[in-house]
Ligand binder design. Structure first.
Ligand code: HEC
Ligand code: HEC
Ligand code: HEC
Ligand code: HEC
Ligand code: HEC
Length: 464
């Protein structure tokens, strides 16, 4: 891992054409929303420990918790859905492990618990995670990541960020059913707040040790139309159906435990992955639109103005949201004349399959018009970095809920251009760009690089 780390820090590239320096409200650094900020004890200090989520002494007994296996007897559907979710892969994802190893080297193991406080709150608080821990030595319950009890033994919400909840290994199982049947395995306590967005916010809003906000879907949701109308995260990420909540029990409103987002776990079998990919595509296809405004005709030897508008169709959070600094969301525009000659392109890949931005090895900064919405981390020297602990700023052009933005691209039309000119625009998304895997020394994944077209349009312009 040390090699990869050196490679990462040695990447000092000037930051250009990346951002206008203005961050949209609610997503940028130094932005004050009415959301509670991290307490002083999560601020920069040589002691990064947070008494709730990364305690110096164990606050839980691992043996009070059980594996998801044990729930399958009575909740088989919940367990099989959860196994397909990224929650079940939060501790085994190779990108996660590689980045944790980089941080381990950077802090000599001292901050090993930081990255794990949400990915396995049970392992962190029980001190199965210790400085310099070995993945092979971890308990299965820790390796299960965000397992059933990591959510259903949450006792109360303390703050909507950085694993801001209390866990209670000896307490009842908490859930949304207000009149649960008795269970032979556990006591039960109805918890209405489980159906609310703040519950998700306890892990989904992420602040670095220095206070830099990294991920804020909950903070974005708070002032959104979806929040006004009472539609929390569960509405879209846990769609409901009717059926028994436990084998032999009465019909209930059930909630999908695959937690579909943008990732498809690599380690699942091909058929399961194909099913999940369809769900991810369906979610993404409703996420945004791209449209073009063009003249009917352009003179040969002149210039074609291509007016591109992109709209976030999600009324609940930004496009993209979450770990937007790892994601890629951008617009591809290609103009081709009647002879098939490419007159203009932006948002296309270099020979490695990377966008031609500052991370491109083959054509760095080769795409000065690139319309990208994902975030970029910037270090104290103003250089792009992939490492959150080196970052002092997160620059982003993410679109706020239902917001649209318009750009004009200038396409030179050669004197010998053959009409008509075809212009295509695609709003594209993928979980990762290949450069991240190169930098981390990992093989290219199958699912992680799959591109989804959120929306696409095509227009034709005559040449006079
Ligand atoms: C105990 C912490 C925790 C809680 C509570 C939690 N999550 Fe997560 N969630 C995670 C972690 C960690 C990941 C990332 C796992 C990975 O990819 O390694 C994740 C990933 C996801 C993803 C997948 C994103 C993608 O990349 O595709 C979705 C969707 C999601 N969570 C939705 C929810 C919703 C909705 C709630 C509330 C009902 C919720 N989560 C509550 C920790 C949590
Ligand atoms: C406050 C809780 C929390 C902390 C702390 C946290 N994560 Fe996560 N992590 C999440 C959630 C929630 C997601 C899902 C976000 C998404 O997919 O947009 C996630 C997703 C991920 C993913 C998979 C998606 C991606 O962006 O590649 C990786 C890798 C990851 N985290 C690495 C880390 C590392 C490395 C650290 C420490 C620097 C860390 N996490 C600290 C909650 C957390
Ligand atoms: C021996 C059978 C059995 C086992 C094993 C079992 N449960 Fe249950 N569970 C039930 C029954 C019965 C209900 C009530 C269902 C109903 O009322 O519709 C229930 C309800 C629940 C609820 C809903 C509570 C509410 O009020 O909303 C949750 C959450 C839950 N169980 C989680 C778990 C988890 C997590 C495990 C594994 C650690 C587990 N259960 C193991 C039988 C079981
Ligand atoms: C109206 C439906 C809707 C609601 C409500 C909603 N989301 Fe999403 N979510 C989406 C769509 C569509 C995407 C895919 C586009 C994107 O990444 O922004 C998504 C993506 C995500 C991702 C993956 C982001 C990434 O690229 O890594 C996470 C994490 C997430 N949502 C968490 C949440 C949380 C937490 C809430 C509640 C605070 C929430 N969502 C509420 C529709 C919704
Ligand atoms: C990331 C957090 C999270 C994880 C992990 C999780 N659940 Fe849930 N579960 C929820 C939420 C949130 C609800 C209620 C959603 C709502 O009412 O809007 C719920 C609801 C339930 C219910 C009530 C019936 C229903 O579908 O609403 C049962 C039973 C249940 N979960 C069992 C399980 C079991 C078993 C596991 C592990 C295989 C598990 N859950 C993992 C968050 C989680």
């Amino acid at each position: 891992m040390r090699v990869a780390w050196l490679l990462l820090v040695s990447l000092a590239l000037p930051l250009a054409g990346c951002d206008d320096g203005k961050s949209p409200k609610g997503v940028g650094p130094g932005d004050d929303t009415d959301v509670a900020q991290p307490a002083d004890d999560t601020g920069p200090s040589d002691d990064f420990h947070d008494p709730l989520s990364t305690p110096t002494e164990p606050t839980l007994d691992l043996d009070d918790f059980v594996s998801a296996e044990q729930c399958a007897e009575c909740h088989p559907d919940h367990v099989s859905e959860w196994r397909q979710s990224v929650h079940a892969h939060a501790m085994t994802d190779p990108v996660f492990r590689a980045l944790v190893a980089v941080r381990h080297d950077a802090f000599d193991g001292e901050q090993d618990a930081f990255c794990i406080q949400c990915h396995s709150a049970i392992g962190t608080r029980s001190h199965d995670i210790t400085p310099g821990f070995a993945w092979e030595a971890l308990d299965d319950r820790t390796l299960e990541g965000v397992n059933c009890e990591a959510c259903h033994r949450i006792q109360s919400i303390v703050r909507p960020f950085n694993a801001g909840h209390e866990l209670d290994g000896t307490g009842p199982m908490r859930g949304p059913i207000l009149d649960p049947e008795p269970s032979a395995f556990h006591t039960t306590e109805p918890a209405e707040w489980m159906a609310g967005a703040e519950f998700c916010g306890t892990c989904h809003d992420v602040y670095e040790v220095n206070g830099l906000p990294l991920e804020r879907p909950y903070a974005e949701w708070l002032p959104s139309p979806a929040a006004d109308e009472g539609r929390p995260c569960q509405t879209c990420h846990m769609p409901s159906r009717t059926g028994p909540a436990a084998t032999g029990g009465p019909d209930r409103t059930l909630h999908d435990h695959r937690f579909v987002g943008v990732d498809v776990p690599e380690s699942l079998d091909a058929e399961t992955r194909a099913g999940l990919r369809q769900e991810v595509d369906a979610l993404l296809e409703g996420a945004g639109t791209v449209s073009l405004a063009l003249a009917d005709a352009v003179p040969a030897g002149g210039q074609l103005d291509v007016v591109v508008t992109v709209q976030n169709e999600i009324d609940a959070h930004n496009l993209p949201t979450g770990s937007s600094f790892n994601r890629q969301c951008w617009v591809e525009v290609i103009a081709t004349d009647g002879a098939g000659r490419v007159l203009y392109e932006t948002g296309t890949f270099d020979g490695n399959g990377d966008l031609r931005d500052h991370w491109s090895e083959l054509d760095p900064y080769g795409d000065s018009d690139l319309l990208a919405f994902h975030g970029g981390l910037v270090d104290a020297d103003g250089q792009p970095t992939r490492l959150t602990h080196d970052a002092i700023e997160l620059r982003t052009r993410a679109l706020q809920p239902l917001h649209a933005r318009t750009w004009t691209l200038f396409v030179p039309v050669p004197a010998d251009a053959v009409g008509p000119i075809a212009v295509t625009a695609r709003l594209r998304f993928r979980a990762y760009g290949p450069h991240l895997f190169r930098l981390l020394g990992l093989p290219n994944p199958e699912e992680g690089l799959v591109v989804t077209d959120i929306d696409a349009v095509a227009e034709v312009v005559a040449v006079q």
